[in-house]
Design a protein around this ligand. Sequence first.
Ligand code: HEC
Ligand code: HEC
Length: 390
Amino acid sequence: MKTRAVLSLFILLSLLLTSCLKDNVEVRSILYTEDEYAAISAVLNLPNDRLSYEVKLPQHMKNLGMTAPVLSDAKATLGRVLFYDKQLSRNQAVSCASCHHQELAFSDNKRFSEGFNGELTLRNSLALGSVANFKSSYEGGSTFNGQQQFFFWDERAHSIQEQSALTLQDDIEMGMNLDELASRLSQHEYYRVLFRKAYGADVIHPAFITEALQEFINAIVSTSTRFDDGISAVNGDPFRNFPNFTQAENLGRNLFITHCSSCHGANMSISPEKVANNGLDEVYEDAGVGGITQQPSDLGKFKVPFLRNIALTAPYMHDGRFATLEEVVEHYNSGVKMHPNLDFRLRTEDGSAPRRLSLTEDEKEALVAFLNTLTDETLVTASRFSDPFR
Ligand code: HEC
Ligand code: HEC
């Protein structure tokens, strides 16, 4: 009896001791030597400790079989610095953040954005902070739950790494040569330190730059909205009334499920439809996916964008044609145009004409009220996603 008590006391003590040790190790896991940190601190406002970029998914997303991306904090930290650095553009005029502002859910408030030499982009800047879309694997493109994920309005990039390489070299956006960029960055001691921490090497390869950007963008995941609180309170069932919603918001949620969720998704986590023609024009100036695949059946099809933080990301659509959510709702209500590729869900039952929803004013307001519940204040204020430059 006595030996047993002593033994359990011993086990308890050793457990306590190891957990203390573990805590201590974590608290003391200082990333940089004094010299390294001095070089970093001269330019950047980063803690001399590991900043966690761990993505935690709420239960309602896990119920869908979603798993959080496993990220390297050192690479994400480097990616964050790169994201905010104007040296990434030819004449050092723009950074990624110039067109992707944190306070606007990493979009901007313009129809078209200004590139490094003042020329306008051909499309509206896309918001970042999606959940499924940004979980891209590093080899063989991006998959999410076995589904391929693509990037840009016409889905021409197969991973964020590829997207970043295209954006950096784009004649309008950043106009940079990747080898020149690598040598430009390697002139700075703080970058040599950050790349060493992330990749264990002093040589800066262009692929490290784009992969670190990808790691940072994968860390930007929206999970904290009033919608998430609501769906969590009803065991992840989007079809039930959310207790934290007003009557109008719940009406809007129901209308959204009926008219919108077959493309955009009822749980704001996965888009069931990747691309579609949503009837913006009878003749499209921008071919969209068709411009990439050269298939007539893809003309006027564009990425089905995720709608988290939609209240922050005006103007809307690939060309930013709608200034407000009211205009977007009116488009689906009465403005859908006929096009050979118009999605069947936006047509009358016999398929011969665009569908009219004939919503009442209250219903339109309710849809907008629902879209306003998708704003994630945590994401747009989190310091780990903010500009680290002094
Ligand atoms: C000059 C403005 C501008 C700059 C600079 C810029 N972007 Fe973008 N970004 C855009 C526009 C516009 C789009 C949509 C383009 C398209 O679809 O053809 C976009 C799309 C994206 C997408 C695709 C999102 C999706 O859902 O498919 C990602 C990711 C992205 N940008 C990340 C970055 C990163 C990383 C950088 C820096 C290396 C960067 N952007 C620099 C304007 C910009
Ligand atoms: C057939 C699929 C489909 C249906 C149904 C659908 N959408 Fe869309 N939605 C899209 C596509 C595709 C786009 C992008 C089109 C473009 O820019 O060319 C889009 C764009 C949007 C945008 C703009 C997003 C941005 O970032 O600019 C909003 C907001 C939106 N839809 C809301 C709704 C609402 C509300 C409904 C229901 C009334 C709805 N959608 C029904 C496919 C659909």
